[in-house]
Write a protein that binds this ligand. Structure first.
Ligand SMILES: *Cc1c(COP(=O)(O)O)cnc(C)c1O
Length: 442
């Protein structure tokens, strides 16, 4: 399978798309063709590794990674992703819990899959290339931790994380800084946009790029998108088998990477019905779906901070998939949820069901409740993107209780934190890299 850039760049193989991240002209890679499945193609397959291997085989065809796909799926999908039925709508409402990975957010799935792919590509490289690759990521909170966890201790890789000092939750900050070894954490005196700009500048600086073999692992990488199809495929199959109908999903959305997994799973024939996006007060997507005018804008800060995105990067993929706007708006719908509504949803669902949401997942629960009653009859799945313990400073005052910390997160919070504070300029990044002995090839 080849991958085409959304801006017209000619197709490349999977390896090149994975290692480059972005096409040379700034476009995003999309599969050149989409395979066609029916649910019967997955008869007897139930677990994420099994569904993943079946689903992704054609996406890996002709790639050096093809023989490794089963091992990659086994390595990436090694934590539970349960679809838990809620006592509502006769058991036809459930929650897909994507937060049981090492950093308690769905980004663990994509980061671990990408790391498993890159590890195999780098060990297949010629011996002359055996200097470590440096994965550089800007993060507003969750991506950096997931990428660090996925690459920590992997031979041949170093990770550099840039995050806005003071602008992530205390537990997120700890999770970004608790690695050491081959991970360098830079707390930047600036905003997330400054961190992103610095990463862009570093990639644009030929000296830095070649000296450190810079490589990206951000959320637009096709190696993160492909595995995100897998849990939608599995949840769709589970729902079809349990209720005789395909699953509809409410998905908390920021850059749209997670939701695109559901949309692609439906495109290739998996039992996915509606895809309804829940955004916070960053209304770019709902506004676009209402009037067809796409207006990227500056982000506004909300309680669901991992979705504070004003210019969703995967919009370009969505529009490439459905160039006709009238068609596009039949494929996906969206609703925007305010901070007040997030608070109210967390409070209410705790009181009536004992259910505790993270602020991101609360947008999905709220958007589902706002659907017309007749529409809510079909089997719906709320997508839970993070564990509430990661955002305890928002959640605990609302529910008046402490949220239990899952063991994987507790283990990270026990590790000592190391971070280097730098100003928001490229010289400071270059200097921090030059003085860093971490990782080496170990
Ligand atoms: C990243 C993130 C999102 C948004 O996902 P996108 O793929 O950017 O739409 C939602 N919730 C949490 C907890 C996240 O970390």
């Amino acid at each position: 399978m080849n991958y085409l850039g959304t801006r017209g760049e000619p197709p490349v193989g999977l390896e090149q798309a994975l290692l480059a991240g972005l096409a040379p002209d700034g476009g995003l890679y999309m599969p050149e063709t989409l395979p066609a499945f029916g649910p019967e193609d997955f008869d007897g397959l139930d677990t994420l590794p099994d569904v993943g291997k079946r689903l992704l085989t054609q996406f890996f065809a002709d790639s050096a990674l093809a023989p490794e796909l089963a091992a990659i799926c086994g390595e990436a999908f090694d934590f539970p992703v349960p679809c838990v039925s809620l006592d509502a709508n006769g058991g036809r409402l459930s929650v897909l819990e994507l937060f049981h990975g090492p950093t308690a957010a769905f980004k663990d799935v994509g980061a671990r899959f990408l790391a498993a792919c890159m590890q195999r590509l780098s060990s297949a490289a010629p011996a002359a290339e055996h200097r470590p690759l440096t994965i550089m990521v800007a993060t507003s909170g969750d991506t950096g931790g997931a990428v660090a966890a996925a690459f920590h201790g992997r031979p041949g890789f170093r990770v550099v994380i840039l995050y806005p000092d003071g602008q992530v939750s205390p537990r997120q900050a700890h999770q970004l800084s608790c690695w050491g070894d081959n991970v360098l954490t830079l707390a930047v005196d600036g905003a997330f946009d400054d961190c992103q700009a610095l990463v862009k500048q570093a990639f644009g600086h030929a000296g830095l790029r070649t000296a450190h073999r810079l490589c990206s692992a951000n959320s637009i990488n096709i190696g993160r998108l492909l595995p995100q199809m897998v849990y939608y495929a599995a949840a769709g199959l589970w729902t079809l088998r349990a209720h005789g109908e395909p699953a509809s999903f409410v998905i908390p959305a920021g850059n749209l990477g997670n939701a695109l997994g559901a949309i692609l799973a439906r495109e290739v024939g998996l039992p996915v019905a509606r895809v309804h996006l829940a955004t916070n007060e960053n209304r770019t997507i709902p506004d676009f779906l209402r009037d067809g005018e796409y207006t990227p804008r500056a982000s506004v800060a909300t309680l669901a901070s991992a979705m504070d995105v004003g210019a969703p990067s995967n919009m370009e993929r969505l529009r490439a998939l459905y160039p006709d706007f009238d068609h596009l708006r039949t494929q996906v719908t969206a609703d925007s949820v305010s901070d007040d509504a997030i608070r109210e949803q967390i409070r209410r669902d705790h009181a009536r069901r004992g259910q505790v949401w993270c602020p991101h997942t609360a947008t999905a629960a709220c958007a589902w409740e706002r659907l017309p009653i007749a529409e809510r009859e079909r089997p719906w799945v709320l997508v839970a993107t993070a564990h509430p313990a990661k955002f305890e400073s928002v959640v605990e005052p609302l529910i008046g209780e402490t949220v239990d910390v899952p063991p994987a997160l507790a283990a990270l919070l026990d590790r000592p934190a190391h971070r280097t504070r730098i100003g928001a300029d490229l010289d400071a990044v270059a200097e921090a890299l030059a003085h860093w002995s971490g990782g080496g090839d170990a």
